[in-house]
Ligand binder design. Structure first.
Ligand SMILES: *[C@@H]1O[C@H](CO)[C@@H](O)[C@H](O)[C@H]1NC(C)=O
Ligand SMILES: *[C@@H]1O[C@H](CO)[C@@H](O)[C@H](O)[C@H]1NC(C)=O
Ligand SMILES: *[C@@H]1O[C@H](CO)[C@@H](O)[C@H](O)[C@H]1NC(C)=O
Ligand SMILES: *[C@@H]1O[C@H](CO)[C@@H](O)[C@H](O)[C@H]1NC(C)=O
Ligand SMILES: *[C@@H]1O[C@H](CO)[C@@H](O)[C@H](O)[C@H]1NC(C)=O
Length: 455
């Protein structure tokens, strides 16, 4: 076992664009209780309040930090199936030990030559010390890698970013009628101004959406929806973090580049178009979600030489549908497969909107499984993404994804759905993190999906 620690990145950003918005969510009381429980469950350890600007000197520094591997309990050599425990001690830029928790650490045990990897589970002892526990699923020499994604001091900044204005992305619609065309800004919640607003709240799910009303056009004249990424902000502050409390053992691991599940499903390999076709024969597969689900569709389309669906940066609002409403339109049954992956576009919104959205999707999934219990519902979780610039980091680095991922898993617990653990499948893999994971990871994900459909 070789020791190694590296600092992945230090992110910088300023807070100048933040402003207060108030959220009027029309939710039922028990939903508010659930929301509060969920928010408690993702509460991050408090860092001593440091007024900005935070001095880099006081923040966790990976290069100064270290870890030790604890000896095997009971002595002897490590065996396949053992748990390896590592104690991580964090230090700041001046080499002083950290005395509080909250650093966002990612851990894995891996061997590049064997294309083997498994994610570790981190426990924050809240005193500058962390434990990481690894399952040893394969035989041979391996390496422990601990990555400081963000120091704890960064978390309050990230919380503010994800808690207020949807940051970094502005949404618009075009309105058109006769000779008039006008563009206005839209969002789940718009700051009140002189300009009246159009209310596009979905009557079935209650999902909120508003646009400023165009001056000389009616709200019905809305024809499309599009988004514009804002320019990068100035940089000033930096950091990162993460903790896990009651995370059950790893979901799986890679060996020779192939993902094996540890949650009871045997992952079969679907290495040819005919194997895939045979599994999908007579099946109707509905895929809903963001571009990370589209990747699966593209993979299958390519393997099966099918057609790609069209994509546009401007979307006609008539073809924008809520997942929950779509699910309500599905009959379901043993030949029906539903794949859902929604996370990437929610990292820039206040987390309440994500909870709200998953609540409506969950209600629709429960209705679907009640009318057709044989329907296979497969959920794709969030994955790690590379955030090469402060701009991308503040648009939603891995921390907001992690928070939403925990919420998703908690909310769907006990419901008969199948998870593809994209989070661990990207933590454990040797390829660089990417919001759109590279093909070898997608191939493994598709094997998991098809193994759920054709066990
Ligand atoms: C950080 O430490 C360096 C070296 O000790 C010192 O020169 C610098 O003033 C410190 N910066 C702050 C903001 O405290
Ligand atoms: C931090 O907490 C852990 C768990 O309670 C304990 O084992 C360890 O000794 C503590 N470390 C320090 C430096 O206080
Ligand atoms: C990976 O495993 C191979 C085969 O067991 C071994 O020769 C090699 O040293 C290992 N690499 C690392 C970095 O541990
Ligand atoms: C928007 O419309 C919904 C559904 O008709 C309604 O319940 C809600 O109160 C409206 N919100 C505002 C701010 O007008
Ligand atoms: C709307 O109509 C009024 C009155 O004709 C006109 O003064 C104004 O410029 C129009 N606004 C836009 C945005 O076209």
């Amino acid at each position: 076992i070789i020791e190694g620690i590296h600092l992945e990145s230090v992110k910088s950003f300023s807070l100048e664009r933040i402003f207060e918005v108030s959220h009027h969510l029309s939710v039922l009381e028990f939903e508010i209780d659930e929301e509060n429980t969920l928010l408690d469950s993702i509460a991050w350890p408090n860092t001593p309040s440091v007024p900005p600007p935070v001095s880099l000197n006081d923040t966790s520094n990976a290069a100064r930090s270290n870890f030790v591997i604890l000896p095997r309990p009971g002595g002897g050599s490590w065996l396949v199936g053992d748990q390896l425990e590592v104690i991580i001690k964090m230090f700041d830029f001046k080499g002083r030990p950290k005395t509080h928790g909250g650093d966002f650490l990612l851990t894995r045990l891996h061997n590049r030559t064997l294309e083997a990897g498994v994610a570790g589970q981190v426990v924050d002892h809240l005193n500058g010390t962390y434990s990481a526990v690894f399952l040893l699923p394969w035989e041979g020499k391996s390496q422990v890698e601990i990555t400081l994604v963000h120091p704890s001091e960064a978390i309050p900044f990230l919380q503010r970013f994800a808690g207020e204005k949807p940051n970094g992305v502005d949404f618009y619609s075009t309105f058109h009628s006769g000779l008039l065309t006008q563009k206005t800004m839209c969002s789940v919640c718009l700051p009140p101004t002189q300009q009246p607003q159009c209310n596009y709240t979905d009557l079935n799910t209650g999902e909120l959406w508003f646009c400023y009303k165009p001056q000389n056009l009616s709200c019905d004249a809305r024809i499309n929806h599009f988004s514009i990424y804002q320019k990068p902000l100035n940089s000033k502050e930096d950091i990162l973090f993460k903790n896990n409390k009651d995370i059950p053992g790893p979901a799986g691991y890679y060996y020779k580049g192939l993902w094996s599940s540890l949650s009871g499903t045997t992952v079969k390999r679907f290495n040819s178009a005919s194997a895939i076709s045979q599994c999908l024969k007579n099946k109707v597969v509905h895929m809903y979600g963001d571009s990370t689900v589209r990747q699966w569709l593209e993979f299958l389309s390519r393997e099966l030489s099918g057609n790609f669906p069209a994509r546009t940066s401007h979307t006609f609002n008539l073809i924008l549908h809520y997942v929950a409403n779509e699910l309500d339109g599905i009959t379901g049954g043993k030949n029906t497969v539903v794949v859902i992956g929604v996370w990437a576009h929610f990292t820039t919104f206040p987390i309440k909107y994500y909870i709200r959205r998953i609540m409506s999707i969950r209600k629709a999934v429960v209705r679907l499984l009640a009318r057709a219990p044989d329907t296979r519902v497969i959920i794709r979780t969030a994955n790690l993404k590379h955030s090469p610039t402060p701009f991308l980091a503040q648009l939603g680095g891995d921390w907001p994804s992690l928070q939403r991922d925990k919420i998703l898993r908690t909310m769907l617990k006990g419901i008969d759905v199948y998870f593809v653990d994209a989070w661990e499948m990207t933590v454990a893999h040797y390829l660089k993190h990417d919001i759109h994971p590279p093909r070898p990871i997608i191939k493994n994900m598709i094997d998991v999906v098809l193994s759920y459909i054709c066990p």
